[in-house]
Design a protein around this ligand. Structure first.
Ligand code: PMP
Length: 411
């Protein structure tokens, strides 16, 4: 088992004060902190290896190209894709999903077709499908949630029909932290001739990912939520699907031949990577993955469960706190949403910040889900493996102090 206090030493951002208090960073679902190895790798890349990729005929460019392509292989191994050609570097989950909607979606969705997502989706996995449906006069259907906010599999089986072309769901929800039954949904999608797109933004830093076991046709995630830099993300796509899809953007490095009146596209993944890519970002992401693998995704999953099992019952025990979703800490993978009486979540988050606790408040870019919980906004605490019990205690104490402070206004 890793020495978690030593692990914390790798995250320099943790070791500072906020508003005169020890920082308890509990907004990991928004973005993770970065270990020293990732920061150092970015610096060393820019200091000694920076050159453009796939176009130079000199040593430095060969080296940068090798590092960039090695990053692709590291991602491939991390999610157990069959081939590194199935890994496309993007700016993040949002761009990855937009890429699918704009290419596969444009090519395959016709009037009357159905796209099925769940009521729990982040706007990044909702709006691209909503807009595609509007453009194509297709039907966007929503899978209902159970009373505790999980995907209702029985409803999914009703909603996914022979007319369905695309099913798109999050692997782990960003408001409640629950894990979706991806394999089962993939089975239902495939039986009906549809493909499944998985939004893995919240999963990549919490659970081992195996795109083959999940039977995902597409899997999208962001580097910045898994210890990597911002501005780099991944789209995994099944090779056969990627080969049939048209390009996303046009420009340099995605072609084999350009004539005055037409052009030929390069093979995958380059067909989808027009222009100079985020080379340092990919190299930094590879270092982040190496770090995660060194700590161990299974150990991370165990650590997560332990921290949630410590935090969630303490939260529930505070009179006036309402925890959303399942009360079972096993089903809150790294994320718990709550409200404190009738206080506005933004006021709660501001009060917690005064105690050094960083949490997010609002609709968390998942308005339909938050409304289905019977509210407009929640406070969200989201943990990573480098958090500890002291962070959880600090949150609990800060909530109690906030309660005391707003005593007169609490209902
Ligand atoms: N999906 C989910 C479930 C998320 O939590 C997020 C980030 N909050 C996204 C998609 C979008 O990720 P990004 O902003 O990195 O593109």
């Amino acid at each position: 088992m890793p020495n978690w206090e030593l692990v914390r030493q790798d995250f320099s951002e943790l070791h500072q004060n906020m508003n005169g208090e020890r920082l308890a960073y509990l907004d990991n679902a928004a973005t993770s902190l970065k270990p020293t190895s990732v920061i150092d790798r970015l610096v060393s890349f820019y200091q000694r290896e920076n050159a453009n990729v796939h176009r130079g005929t000199y040593q430095l460019s060969f080296k940068a190209t090798a590092e960039y392509e090695n990053a692709r292989k590291i991602v491939q191994r991390f999610i157990n894709a069959k081939s590194s050609r199935e890994i496309i570097f993007t700016r993040g989950t949002t761009e990855s999903i937009n890429l699918i909607a704009s290419t596969y979606g444009e090519q395959n969705i016709e009037s009357g077709d159905e796209i099925v997502i769940s009521l729990a989706e982040h706007h990044s996995n909702l709006i691209p499908w909503q807009q595609l449906a509007i453009r194509k006069k297709a039907v966007l259907k929503y899978i209902n949630l159970t009373p505790t906010g999980e995907i209702d599999l029985a409803d999914a089986k009703q909603k996914i029909t022979a007319k369905t072309k695309i099913v798109a769901v999050a692997h782990i929800g960003n408001v409640l932290g629950n894990v979706s039954p991806i394999r089962e949904l993939a089975g239902v999608a495939h039986q009906n001739g549809a493909i499944i797109v998985v939004d893995g933004a919240q999963a990549a830093c919490h659970v081992p990912i195996d795109v083959q076991k999940l039977a995902a046709d597409f899997y999208a995630f962001s580097g910045h939520k898994m210890l990597g830099p911002t501005g780099i993300g991944v789209l995994y796509g099944n090779q056969q699907l990627l080969e049939q899809m048209p390009p996303y953007q046009f420009g340099g490095e995605m072609i084999t031949d350009v004539q005055l009146d037409n052009s030929q596209w390069d093979q995958i993944p380059y067909k989808f990577e027009a222009g100079t890519p985020n080379i340092a970002g990919a190299v930094g992401l590879a270092t982040a993955i190496k770090y995660l693998e060194q700590v161990g995704m299974t150990q991370i999953r165990i650590r997560d469960t332990k921290l949630m099992a410590y935090l969630v019952p303490k939260l529930i025990a505070i009179p006036g706190v309402k925890v959303y979703g399942s009360q079972n800490p096993q089903q809150h993978v790294g994320v718990v949403s709550f409200n404190l009486g009738t206080l506005h979540p933004h006021d709660v988050a501001t009060a917690l910040d005064m105690e050094g606790v960083a949490v997010r408040a609002g609709h968390h870019c998942a308005e339909p889900l938050v409304h289905s919980l019977g509210t407009n906004a929640t406070v969200r605490a989201s943990l990573a493996f480098y958090n500890n019990q002291a962070d959880c205690d600090q949150l609990i104490n800060a909530i109690k102090e906030t309660k005391e402070f707003f005593k007169g206004e609490l209902r």
